[in-house]
Design a protein. Sequence first.
Length: 504
Amino acid sequence: MENLELLLRGFTVSLTPMNIGAAFLGAILGLIVGAMPGIGSLAGVALLLPLTYKFDPTTAIIMLGALYYSNMYGGSFSAILLNIPGDSPAVMTALDGYPMAKKKKRPGQALFTANMSSFIGGSVGIIILTFAGPALANLGLKFGPSEMTAILLIAMTSISWLVGENPIKGMLITMVGILLASIGMDTLSGAPRYDFGSMYLLGGIPFTPFVIGTVGFSQVISLINERNKSSENEKVDTKLSIRGSLLTKHDFRRLLPPALRSGFLGTFVGVLPGAGATTGSFMGYAVQKKFKSEEELGTGAIEGIAACEAANNAAAAGAFAPLLALGIPGSGTGAVLLGGLMLWGLNPGPLLFQNNPDFAWGLISSLFLANILTLMIAIMVIPFLTKILSVPTKYMIPIITVVCVVGSYSTNNSMYGVLVMLLSGILGYVMQKNDYPTAPMLLSFVLAKLLESNMRKAFIISGGSLNIFFTRPITLVLMIIFIALIVVPIVRSLLGRRKKEYTV
């Protein structure tokens, strides 16, 4: 009850005209930044941080918090309409969002699904943050390198749920993702790997251009090859209204379970150090593979959109727990926010809630406000966004190409990003033509670096002994789950074969 009283007190801070205006501005800017490929929440918060120096600290952090949070909404816009993820957490949204918008001609419903799922997942995350933020932050502290290794091993086994009907192709492309992720400087020893004498490769393959190419530019190549056959696909209802975008009761029943499930999962992932919304989105989608969906994931399933969008918004909310309660940022964006707090003379940590309760609870209450404002704005712009799909293919090809080039270049202001985008686009197109799934490659590319870093740190701590994975209680439980995920399918397969032999 004490937390509830403090939250209500926080609303008296966040609901002042100045703070409502700051949350509204942050929500709009977050949607715009999220929808623009290559920028993302980190660059958006970093660029706008200097503008907030003259603001009251509470007003400033409310605006930046709303921007960071609404960025998760905006990333789905370009992912669904153009097949170009606005930011890395929206990569998985494109797998079902674009087919639902283009092939099933339900762009309004696809966007509405993404918005509602983001709202539900974010609400779950904020509620958990309100009542269990400090406790979650303390739990996150107990997850050292060995615990993170075990979690990431479990996540890597989820790749088997994404490989589709051809496991050999899926596992092969997974290995390609791991190989690409290992290019660049060794994060622990500093030794160069697979750089082929190029100074550009020393920095590794940047994720955003790689994703934009694999998912977005490969689509451009497909449009070029099929531009004469696409006249039917261009017949999209340009007069779509908000009412026409509403989901049916059946559709809402389909999105609710995965959205709630991913809300809890995403919040937990957001609290973990270094995991972030991207990992939350991938894990939410992978977990959904284990549950029943009315349509197969990857073909325009509502469940697929709901799972990843709810997870990334919940992870964004969960990331505030260690930031406020312990002063530990869980991501690059969190680090920028931490720097802003320190510049304003605030010290995040256990004493923040005691010494600056108006600030801490004002920020938490503003997330509820930002969630509602962002949902309203996102729904209102649906009729305008869906008109993008009515643009003829001959105009869409140059438009998408420009978006891909600008998004790739803006990642590090270098043509290297554009080159990576072009090459990964060709790779993505070749994979698409030969029925190789892209999801396993993207998932392994994201998780491989985290897994390698945490596993090597664990071995350094233990002096190279495997005991560290079986002597720590949390790690032991997670390793048992990991082993079970590997052994159970094998046992089932063997039992199935024996049954067939007996019946024959």
